[in-house]
Design a protein around this ligand. Structure first.
Ligand code: FAD
Length: 228
């Protein structure tokens, strides 16, 4: 039986890469694969993958530094174009790629967005309750008493409006504060009116206010980032 310095078990993307780079460096390596090469039962098997540069820890991001150069080597050896550069936008909090420290503003804004979703969709479901009921979609305003879902919208809105101001403590500045307060205040006012006097019209106003609130919040964030 032939002897080899290194054996790689499993020739998916990672095993193949390990075997390839070892062989390239002159190491005597043998690969073992339980299925035929290029089979469709592994995580690597499909027609494409993206090279993402944004990850949850800086260590991962550092690992991607060499990815394009490494693929260029493989392309040259195989005399085949394997990578297509399309460009792209990774939507991740800045902390994902850069700073291992807790990023309070990004985390708070993620919670704000999380809290924003229910009152946004409940307001729409209340405004279009007949359609939702006819379609059998059990949204809260379709299945719960009026007092219950209007209160739920109010509580969520009050919480997210208050929470959206807390990034001020973490240095977001007055421009962000202005936009967050205006948007949060408007949404809260409309959901209060809905709570006081529920109607389809008031629900639609609350829904539109949720869109305005989010637009203002995002505008405040962009302006803050843009103006430094
Ligand atoms: C749908 C999907 C989309 C993805 N998209 C991306 C993306 O866009 N970008 C990105 O960076 N990552 C992406 N990933 C993740 C990435 O594809 C995987 O992390 C990577 O392919 C894993 O490679 P692997 O070699 O570890 O595993 P696998 O490809 O699963 O390879 C393991 C191999 O080991 C073999 N094996 C197992 N046991 C034995 C044994 N006892 N003896 C012999 N052989 C054995 C298996 O047959 C298999 O061939 C995606 C994953 C999936 C599933």
């Amino acid at each position: 039986m032939p002897e080899h310095a290194v054996g790689v078990v499993g020739l998916g993307g990672l095993g193949s890469a390990a075997a390839y780079w070892l062989a390239r460096d002159g190491v005597d390596v043998v690969g073992f694969e339980q299925f035929e090469l290029g089979h469709v039962r592994g995580a690597s098997h499909d027609h494409s993958r993206i090279i993402r540069r944004s990850y949850h820890t800086p260590g991962y991001v550092a690992l991607t530094e060499e990815a394009y150069t490494a693929w260029e080597h493989v392309e040259r050896d195989a005399d085949t174009e394997l990578v297509t550069r399309t460009g792209g936008i990774d939507l991740f909090p800045p902390a994902a790629a850069i700073d291992p420290e807790p990023q309070w503003t990004s985390s708070i804004l993620a919670v704000v967005l999380f809290l924003w979703t229910p009152p946004h969709f409940w307001s729409l479901a209340a405004a279009k309750a007949d359609d939702y009921a006819a379609a059998g979609v059990p949204m809260l305003p379709v299945v719960a008493p009026e007092r219950e879902w209007t209160l739920a919208i109010l509580i969520y809105t009050a919480t997210l409006a208050a929470l959206s101001l807390t990034p001020l403590w973490f240095g977001m500045g007055w421009i962000y504060g202005l936009f967050a307060a205006a948007g949060g205040g408007w949404f809260l006012w409309k959901s209060w009116l809905l709570y006081r006097a529920p109607s389809r019209k008031a629900a639609m106003s609350s829904f539109l206010a949720s869109l305005i609130q989010l637009t203002l919040l995002v505008t405040g964030i962009f302006l803050t980032a843009w103006l430094g």
